[in-house]
Design a protein around this ligand. Structure first.
Ligand code: SF4
Length: 398
């Protein structure tokens, strides 16, 4: 999406969402609980009349988050009354399309999903709450905050979306750079729904405990969910464990053990080490990745309109925070860090010199060009996606 009315692109949506007073969270689940807990954390839960819905009579007979659970019929019977002041959050993993059709037939328009998936533009936090909070309360929230600490990695995977096989000279953020950049982030954002440290492999950064401690000592109360993403091949040292614990930073462990012998031999040790240190670990079993086919993709003949559409078909919210800026696509920035494309000065927003509203619009997908330069070399997440088996180890490309 290309900016044509910077600072006012979301005014219509902001007005629509500002009218919402009744929030129906459909599905008694961990997803539902997390949505509710985030509203409590923001001290904004009391701005809505929150109702939990579930088909299960057993769940209707029990309190959930201290509230009664009603059957969905309770919503449907009054659906057409005051449609504008209702928003529905679907907080169950399967069958959302059928429920959407049902709600649509009942005239309900503000329907969001609690699921986080690629190619969604209806996520409750990203696409409703971030806009509502800004228009109603002037609060800027970052939904998904990906912060890369290093391009160093101990694996070298075919189709790596950080383009590790192309990297000859790995880069590490220094502590002074980190401090400067993270201070800029918190000078504009009031809250981060999630902050995650990534790499490369962030456990290889020797300053990781200092980064964690800096968040812990200065900003942890403004971060709802803090986690570190690792490939599960490295058992962290004691100082990392202590800093993770102090920062209440959990671990997202991508399990590549089916394809990487190092991961297969270490994963149980790694899990046990985190478990012994009381650090929560979420294991993500990954079988395939998107294949951007960057060496075979040439979108240079696409018109401006076509390339904007190409980007819009991708997930527009996978940004990268780096150098006091937010890049319009994290893969564009990863490609720059890997030396695949040149540095550009028009594919990011500078946090310090931009208004909160401009940053919100950027996070909703608006940019000066409507795409990033790397879209011309990237297959993306749109209609023509391809996948590739994950974590197949290969030699360096250069
Ligand atoms: S096409 Fe590639 S570079 Fe462009 S937005 Fe999609 S993933 Fe990012």
């Amino acid at each position: 999406m290309k900016w044509t009315n910077k600072g006012h692109e979301l005014d219509d949506l902001g007005e629509v969402y500002s009218q919402v007073e009744n929030l129906y969270i459909w599905g008694v689940s961990e997803l539902a609980k997390k949505c509710y807990e985030f509203l409590l954390y923001l001290n904004l839960a009391d701005k809505f009349n929150i109702v939990f819905l579930d088909k299960s009579t057993k769940k209707q007979s029990e309190l959930f988050c201290g509230k009664t659970v009603l059957p969905p019929q309770a919503l449907l019977e009054s659906a057409r009354q005051n449609v504008k002041n209702k928003a529905i959050v679907l907080a169950f993993p399967n069958g959302q399309d059928e429920v959407r059709e049902l709600l649509n037939r009942h005239g309900i328009v503000n329907v969001f999903s609690a699921l986080q998936q690629h190619n969604r533009n209806d996520n409750f936090i990203q696409n409703f709450l971030c806009i509502w909070a800004m228009y109603k309360h002037g609060i800027l929230i970052s939904h998904w905050t990906s912060y890369c600490l290093t391009t160093r990695c101990n694996l070298n995977c075919k189709g790596c979306l950080n383009f590790t096989p192309y990297i000859n000279n790995p880069w590490d953020e220094t502590f002074d750079e980190f401090k400067q950049h993270i201070d800029i982030v918190f000078s504009k954002f009031d809250y981060l729904y999630s902050l995650h440290f990534t790499g490369g492999e962030p456990l290889l950064h020797k300053n990781l405990p200092r980064f964690l401690n800096y968040i812990s000592e200065n900003y942890r109360e403004r971060v709802f969910e803090f986690f570190l993403i690792t490939n599960g091949s490295i058992v962290p040292c004691l100082s990392v464990m202590e800093a993770l614990k102090q920062a209440k930073c959990s671990v997202w462990l991508d399990d590549y053990s089916q394809n990487v012998s190092l991961c297969a031999s270490n994963i149980e040790l790694v899990k046990r080490a985190f478990g012994d240190a009381d650090i929560p670990v979420t294991i993500i079993r990954v079988d395939s990745w998107y294949d951007f086919e960057i060496d075979a993709t040439n979108n240079s003949s696409m018109s401006e309109e076509e390339i904007i559409n190409h980007k819009d078909q991708c997930n527009r919210f996978l940004h990268d925070f780096y150098d006091g800026k937010i890049y319009g696509c994290c893969y564009h920035k990863f490609a720059q860090k890997a030396g695949i494309i040149a540095e550009t000065d028009n594919d990011y927003i500078d946090i310090a010199s931009s208004s909160k509203m401009e940053i919100l619009e950027f996070r909703q997908g608006f940019t000066n060009k409507g795409y990033v330069d790397f879209c011309r070399r990237c297959r993306g997440f749109g209609n023509n996606t391809k996948s590739i088996p994950c974590a197949i180890q290969i030699p360096k490309y250069r």
